[in-house]
Unconditional design. Sequence first.
Length: 420
Amino acid sequence: MKHIILGNGPAGVIAAETIRKNSPLDEILMIGSEDSPPYSRMAIPYLLMGNIQESGTYLRKDASHFDKLKIDQLHGKVKALDAQKKQLIFEDQQHKPISFDKLLVATGSVPVRPPISGIDLPGVHSCWTLEDAHAIAKLAKSGSRVLQMGAGFIGCIILEALASRKVELTVVEMGDRMVPRMMTELAGGMIKQWVQSKGVQVFTDTRVQEIIKSGSALSVKLSNGKTLEVDLVISATGVKPNIEFLKSSGLETNTGILVNEHMQASHPDIYAAGDVTESIDFSTGQRIVNAIQPNAAEQARIAGISMAGGHAQSIGAMQINVLDTLGLISSSFGLWSGAKGGDHVEIIDSERYKYFRLEFLGDVLVGATTVGSTEHIGVLRGLIQSKTALGEWKNHLLKEPTQAMEAYLAKAQAQSAWMN
């Protein structure tokens, strides 16, 4: 049996290792599009901070790790998939089409390039690859003027890396708050206040309208009427599934590749895992692109077992966000923005940058948002993921939401013991 893993990020690596564990004699080939060992994009900000060397971004530190597992590797860019012939076609003539018995598509995400005049000028960079990191490191020196477009989850991680380099940083976010896709209005506003208190200028409800070359610098025109002169522009306006090469493949796609609970695509011998997938949301049952690394790792494990002939299935992709923004921890889980027909409770302490909100549907906790605390993170996730019926404990939590641990011990652990 010949397995091809297209993509050598976290999902590709975990899937390849899982297949090897379950199928010791099968052939495995992992294809990466970048000329570097398999690495984690989420480690790039730590490289920019100087906390790690480039080798610290590598997913497996032993250079012979994949050789020992008899996982072959290939560097090349695939331009098309022929699902009917079960072949991959490469961009260059150096690589002939490769056939497979089973294929995993784990090509991840690509940065969104906003339609802004000047977005392709020198000095405008995404922060997504090691090549990007090298270019940014040359420009983001102490005292450099940097404008970052986007204050989402990835944007806030990049923000921290830039701030650590002592640049003069301005962040522009088109939403009405920071991290609008993982934080309520109050929580996102609290993070904005915190970031500003650390010396970073933040404009929300603001767009970049135009970028113009201005001598050795860049002139950036904003929708709030301001024009800023900067040395570097970082585009962190979001990512999208990397599925452009699948246009004529015959696979069913929407925003991402449509997969079932076994991570199987519309072709029975083709699977997908990670950011490239559009899977079922745990909380709603609707399709969702859930581009977070824990989700990618779990999907890769399930795909690897399935490709090796075993049985594993997903309970659904759960929204899990934990973020450290210049020392302020925030998190959100499940239906953090609330459920239709549900109710909620929240605690707000703006002076201490503390926020705690729980979302209920009936007597089940379905979502949560926190800022400024970490002690409840595991418990909140457990309660939501177990869909525990809280009964009388819901009223306790409405009065004192920080008693989540007590509720978990009383209800979720008891339910777990009963089920086992």
